[in-house]
Ligand binder design. Sequence first.
Ligand SMILES: Nc1ncnc2c1ncn2[C@@H]1O[C@H](COP(=O)(O)OP(=O)(O)O)[C@@H](O)[C@H]1O
Ligand SMILES: [Mg+2]
Length: 301
Amino acid sequence: MVVQARSLHKRYGEVVAVESLDFEVARGRCYGFVGPNGAGKTTTMKMIYCIVRPTSGSLKVFSMDVIESPRQIKARLGVVPQENNLDPDLTTWQNLMVYARYFGMPREAARRRGRDLLDFMHLGDRAGTPVPSLSGGMKRRLILARALINDPELIILDEPTTGLDPQVRHLIWDRLLELKERGITLLITTHYMDEAQKLCDEIVIMDQSRRVDEGSPEELIRKHVPPFVLELRADRALAGEILGRFPEVSHQESGQNLYIYGGSPSDFDQMLAAWPQADHIIRPASLEDVFLKLTGREIRL
Ligand SMILES: Nc1ncnc2c1ncn2[C@@H]1O[C@H](COP(=O)(O)OP(=O)(O)O)[C@@H](O)[C@H]1O
Ligand SMILES: [Mg+2]
């Protein structure tokens, strides 16, 4: 196992950030932590990359204890933290080289690797650009390049694509899938269910410092929601009307949306015949539905 947590707890004073967390991450897998703000995702990541000390429980990375062997662990992992922490006084290239030096890489090897990584992240023509002149997407890509400088076996990504445009998100996803194919283990936190579904083999849903459930995206969907969803744009009045007429139906409400669940698209025929004007789509159930059911709210906060 690359990461192994047993009864992991973290308290900040009175605040319990992570409670009784157990999980194991196998080599070469992409493991995702999803949950609303404040769920404890970042705290969990920080304990794994050894900058926050667990209050109790056991946490091993590469079979080493995070409290006993932080240096040895950090040498073998790469981190994309939630907040951009590039040095604003330096250029793209200098940011990479500072990290290479931190890991004690020989100069020529560092330069070669730096060039490869900038190309890999489509930043080859930005080497001399000062950090403040990079766009949000470029900064995020540079942080990912920087996380790879020491050829890590494990990469920890805390909300790698939050706030980025779709093109950059797709580029980052492609790169992460490529890294996974090379056998690198990925640990990712995200607010985006599409991201989790696309990248992760295994997902832990967290809410209020605890694990709510865990499984592959397909398993979680199969376990918690019927396979089809009729998504209706419905204000309170319309939702009340529909549910009054079909009181037995499995459903969830989220803002102005009413989600009705069914075993097949034809399950919705009667309802659509009764409200032919209703603005709607029929879609397969997704992780978004699972999340809503397990935490009682939408993921994007
Ligand atoms: N350094 C800190 N000091 C005090 N409380 C903290 C600190 N970091 C996080 N917390 C609290 O711990 C809880 C979990 O936070 P965090 O791990 O950042 O969640 P997430 O990443 O899922 O949004 C929150 O209630 C947060 O306010
Ligand atoms: Mg966070």
